[in-house]
Design a protein around this ligand. Structure first.
Ligand code: FAD
Length: 329
């Protein structure tokens, strides 16, 4: 799935067929309405199996999560039931809000809605998803969320899919909007100020499950390596990392439930990132030369650990990660 688009989309369809792309869709709209904890455990399990699938499906589930919070009942009725059954799939484009300085993507009020202009540097799922929830900055500095089709038009062009060291198969592009018209009925909501800073502060720990699942995948690779070559150090290392993973998971989920404690959340996220890197590195070491092959699971997990190091990164998360990486063991 990390190298073959057809296999990846088959995986996505597999989730959709089980109703698992509707985890964030409320039951009244045909979804499974998972609570936060259950949803995070799902994310973790998914990233243990395939970083690419975990990354791709989370874009869709985030789009559902944004829509579920909308006060636009008509939009919810038009979109959520279809998103829950994967009849429609959607990506997200909001990380541009994290950039400092002049807003990268702006929205100007027009007679029938808003006109979007500027850049969305990251949109995953091009050619896979048919719609997108995009966030832009209003002249007031507030943030607007809109729903639109994910296809090129006169007002919306995208780059070639990016060449990436990992998860390239999920087709990430950057988008350019020029007076792209969004009608009033496709507006999710307007949030005061630069919503993302507040949101990032509260949700620091929410991305940890991807790294936790990735760490677990590295341990799985070590267990496979040990089955093929019974060298004690491989099993001992896997045991020791697994013990640490249990502690790290407890702390990460504890931090998710105690969102007010920013320092705890940052430390938990940095620990999960660091641990995933070490498990993946140990998986490569235990797999010897074969661990360098593009086809080898150890190599894939190692590169996935890198994506989960930076996805949804903010400056404090970067700082916490670097502090942790620089501290002696
Ligand atoms: C493979 C991949 C796919 C992705 N897909 C999506 C997607 O589908 N949708 C989506 O919304 N996002 C997506 N992202 C974006 C991802 O969430 C971002 O990596 C993350 O938001 C960090 O932003 P950035 O990489 O653009 O870094 P930056 O813009 O560099 O931001 C990182 C931090 O550094 C700060 N910073 C940057 N420049 C300066 C400076 N000069 N001075 C001081 N501080 C500075 C920023 O304010 C921010 O806090 C994807 C990322 C990857 C790697």
């Amino acid at each position: 799935m990390d190298q073959d688009l057809a296999a990846l989309t088959q995986g996505l369809d597999g989730l959709g067929g089980r109703g698992w792309l509707g985890l964030r869709v409320p039951e009244e709209f045909g979804g499974l309405g998972f609570d936060d904890r259950a949803f995070r455990r799902f994310q973790e399990t998914c990233s243990r199996c395939s970083g690419a699938l975990a990354f791709l499906q989370t874009q869709h589930q985030s789009a559902c999560g944004f829509l579920a919070k909308s006060e636009n009942e008509d939009l919810k009725e038009r979109t959520l039931p279809k998103l829950a059954t994967a009849e429609r799939t959607a990506g997200i484009a909001f990380s541009q809000l994290r950039r400092t300085g002049n807003p990268l993507l702006t929205a100007e009020p027009s007679h029938s809605g808003y006109l979007l202009s500027g850049k969305a540097p990251w949109i995953t799922g091009w050619g896979i998803f048919d719609a997108c929830v995009t966030a832009a900055t209003l002249p007031s500095g507030d943030t607007i969320f809109v729903w639109h089709r994910l296809e090129e038009s006169r007002g919306f062009k995208v780059s070639e899919p990016m060449r990436l060291a990992s998860i390239e198969v999920a087709q990430t592009v950057s988008g350019e909007f020029v007076d792209f018209a969004v009608p009033e009925e496709d507006i999710l909501y307007i949030r005061p100020g630069n919503w993302i800073h507040e949101n990032d502060l509260i949700n620091i720990a929410l991305q940890s499950p991807f790294s936790l699942g990735c760490a677990r995948a590295g341990i799985d690779v070590m267990r496979d390596a040990f089955a093929k070559k019974p060298i004690d150090a491989i099993a001992l290392t896997a045991d020791s990392l697994e013990k640490e993973l249990e502690c790290c998971r407890d702390e990460a989920y504890g931090a998710m439930e105690n969102k007010g404690d920013t320092e705890r959340s940052l430390n938990a996220r940095a620990w999960a990132i660091h641990l995933a890197g070490r498990c993946a590195h140990a998986a490569v070491a235990a797999s010897s030369g074969a661990g360098n092959s593009m086809q080898h699971a150890a190599q894939r997990v190692y590169r996935e650990a890198l994506v989960f190091t930076v996805s949804a990164q903010t400056t404090p998360i970067m700082e916490a990660t670097l502090r942790r990486l620089a501290s002696p063991q």
